[in-house]
Design a protein around this ligand. Structure first.
Ligand code: GLU
Length: 428
């Protein structure tokens, strides 16, 4: 695998260019939309627990805010790069657009590994990140949220720092906050559940009973766990879960033909949140190579970990039985692999549609913050279902009528809306 040569921003641009051609977009709009509008790089000095000072590198990229304030998470990752953040901010623009919420796209990141940082050090990174960007983000400008390796506690530290700097309460400055501290019920579940809402609709179109299906999942973070939860409740059976092992610094797949039990697997996690090899083995899981999840004989594949996971070199190991790929992660499939998946007639539910449940619920969180009135969980989840289902139906109808790939159909809808907003504002 050539992950060194992989550049997610180039991939995002390649996907955009393909659809810009189909849409025959004018030169100005193309130039505007294939690049982020604003990009911030900064240093975050942190006094470490041992008394030394370490300087972390932070980013915030605002891709486009024609449809409303920019919106997107913040990742903590040791291999974070500006090009990854640029790609992710671009995908956020398309994500908010395809589900038709009045927000643009952005993303942030810090190059760091929370596994090796104390909570105090993590708090300092969060506060330091906000201090560097406090006048360029805000509830009416750009709203952060959790992403890979960040959670509600990180969001709350960031909120506290932002409110301290500005001397006012701004509960809508950030989303993914803990419930009771301005967070929304259902936000934790939203991304994973949203993935399953789209799977349910795809199965309906294919006239397949969910209770007769099996799935293989890559990842065991927030998205993967709640996708497993709802899919299992729908009657489906997950037979394989792949997960990164922090101690071994490699991934493993955990297989159980009779079906993965989410609670059981949760009880087998190590202190990093990964699945412990010894505990899993004791629970009867077969331990396979990290890539094994992709070649399982299942109906549905759910890549819900990181970008660049289904590539030219492994796309052909996808079992011929697979009917649906639902991308819980951002950018898991490369354009080269897409060609093969499309040729093989697999129903692709592309990332910025499949995993839009998180940001949709973030939007609900902001609405609740603005009203200072919080909804019941059922209300949040049923509103989420309505939004996700109607977005899915718009995309699949277009894919069917024009006989095009689902990713292209989703892009056509999303890019058209953003291009129109730029035009209406007189930008292009
Ligand atoms: N980080 C999530 C995503 O990639 C959620 C973003 C948000 O809620 O703003 O969609």
């Amino acid at each position: 695998m050539d992950s060194k040569a992989f550049n997610p921003f180039r991939m995002a641009q390649e996907q955009f260019d393909k659809v810009a051609d189909i849409l025959n977009l004018d030169q100005g709009t193309r130039e505007l939309l294939r690049n982020p509008m604003r990009e911030y790089h900064f240093s975050i000095p942190v006094r470490m627990d041992d008394g030394t000072t370490k300087v972390f590198k932070g980013f915030r990229v605002q891709h486009n805010d024609a449809r409303g304030p920019a919106k997107g998470g913040i990742r903590f990752h040791p291999h974070e790069t500006i090009d990854t953040v640029k790609a992710l901010s671009t995908w956020m623009t398309w994500k908010c657009s395809v589900v038709d919420i009045p927000l643009g796209g952005s993303k942030g990141g810090v190059i760091c590994d929370p596994h090796n940082l104390s909570l105090r050090e993590q708090e300092q990174i969060c506060r330091g990140w906000v201090r560097q960007i406090a006048y360029n983000i805000g509830p009416l400008r750009d709203i952060p949220a959790p992403d890979v390796m960040t959670n509600g506690q990180h969001m709350l530290w960031m909120l506290d720092e932002y409110e301290t700097i500005h001397g006012k309460k701004f509960p809508g400055f950030i989303t993914g906050k803990p419930v009771g501290m301005g967070g929304s019920l259902g936000r934790t579940e939203a991304t994973g559940y949203g993935v399953v809402f789209t799977i349910r609709e795809a199965l309906r179109e294919l006239a397949i009973n969910p209770a007769e299906t099996t799935a293989s999942v890559q990842g065991f973070g927030n998205v993967a766990q709640y996708a497993i939860e709802l899919y299992t409740q729908m009657g489906g059976k997950v037979i394989c879960v792949a997960c990164w092992d922090q101690k071994e610094q490699k991934a493993f797949s955990f297989k159980k033909e009779t079906g993965v039990n989410l609670e059981e697997l949760r009880s087998a996690t190590d202190r990093f949140g990964g699945i412990d090899l010894v505990k899993a083995q004791k629970l009867g899981y077969e331990i396979l190579d990290g890539e094994a999840w992709i070649s399982q004989e299942v109906d549905i594949l759910i890549p819900a970990a990181m970008e660049n996971q289904i590539r030219k070199d492994n796309v052909n190991s996808i079992n011929t039985k697979v009917k649906i790929i639902a991308e819980g992660a951002n950018g898991p499939t490369t354009p080269e692999a897409d060609v093969v998946i499309q040729k093989n007639g697999i129903f692709m539910i592309p990332d910025f549609l499949a995993n839009a449940g998180g940001v949709t619920c973030s939007y609900f969180e902001q609405v609740q913050c603005n009203m200072n009135y919080y909804w019941e969980k059922d209300e949040v989840l049923s509103k989420l279902d309505i939004k996700m289902t109607s977005a899915f139906l718009d995309v699949s109808r277009l894919a069917q009528t024009k006989n095009i790939y689902m990713r292209d159909a989703a892009y056509i809808i999303a890019i058209n809306r953003v291009a129109q907003a730029c035009k209406d504002r007189g930008w292009v």
